[in-house]
Design a protein around this ligand. Sequence first.
Ligand SMILES: Cc1ncc(C[n+]2csc(CCOP(=O)(O)OP(=O)(O)O)c2C)c(N)n1
Ligand SMILES: [Mg+2]
Length: 367
Amino acid sequence: MANGEPLVQLLTPDGERIDRVTGSDGVEYSVDFTDEEYRGLYRDLVTVRRLDAEATALQRQGELGIWASCLGQEAAQVGSGRALQPQDMVFPTYREHGVLYCRGIDPIMPLSLFRGVDQGAWDPAEFKFGLYTIVIGAQTLHATGYAMGVAKDGKVGGPDGEAVIAYFGDGASAQGDVNEAFIWSSVFNAPVVFFCQNNQYAISEPLERQTRIPLYKRSAGFGFPGIRVDGNDVLATYAVTKHALNHARAGQGPTLIEAYTYRMGAHTTSDDPTRYRIPAEVESWQARDPITRLATFLTHHHIANTDFFADVEEEVRQAAALLRERVLALADPDPDSLFDHAYPNGSPEIVAQRREHSRYAASFSAL
Ligand SMILES: Cc1ncc(C[n+]2csc(CCOP(=O)(O)OP(=O)(O)O)c2C)c(N)n1
Ligand SMILES: [Mg+2]
């Protein structure tokens, strides 16, 4: 339960494993991982947290323009990210570094974006992971349109079908775009999963400014199922997302998942959360940390020992050092390249703007 509402949980904050649980949607949720797979999830969580911390440090040292940390949300992102099939398409916000990592994208990519040396340099078609979207909620409509296209192409129906997942936040749930996406996906039975990370805040605005009912209940009014999952439980997040994706790929339409979690850090490095939330609240969520609970479970069940934890620690230390080195070595782009990717085949306006920009830049060297 969270705030009196049922939520799917397979690993308690104390690291106790719940074998199976029936969700408020009547579905029975469970996972069946090998020891190696459990250790893999732990490695993912720790890696994502360490690389995220390195990015925050790099911003503090002036090496990135800004950083939106996913601290505290690793289980929601890794659990859902690992539930994806290769053919599934992802539409992220700006905070989905954990999902990006699970998609096999070089983890330097979001850092080069926030360093301002490119505009998101991964290929969405190759990795089936769209570009980071800053416009709150917009990607839910992109995902819905894409999912309608997938259905029209005849790619749903059966276990090899394609599914689409759209990530968004509790704040975004109040956007018109998100509500329109709910309507369209429902009416057209689009194969899309709406994955809302309810991290309790939209910058400084708390959840109660977005909704009078629990977010997972919103979907009922639009005519499709909604479920709340413990977003700090990587096992439950995996199970719930897997089920919703399979539901979509089988042609049974959209699902709303509310991953109940907490943004442990600042909204971005430009924000100071001490101005609007109290330490006791942050501490209460610290006790629900996604990594600690998995470590406890692995230890108690002899799935991992101290050597394993030490090895992972060393691995991620080296990965973070390498990431730092590579970020510092990123070359500044030619300022004119800003215009390169505005349109795939250019446009007369862009050509004129580029010319004007070149003239402006050249005026400095003339001084
Ligand atoms: C359309 C739009 N309006 C406002 C903003 C400014 N803005 C950036 S992040 C944010 C809050 C988003 O909160 P939430 O959806 O909960 O996601 P979180 O950042 O907590 O992951 C706002 C209002 C924006 N980027 N786009
Ligand atoms: Mg939020």
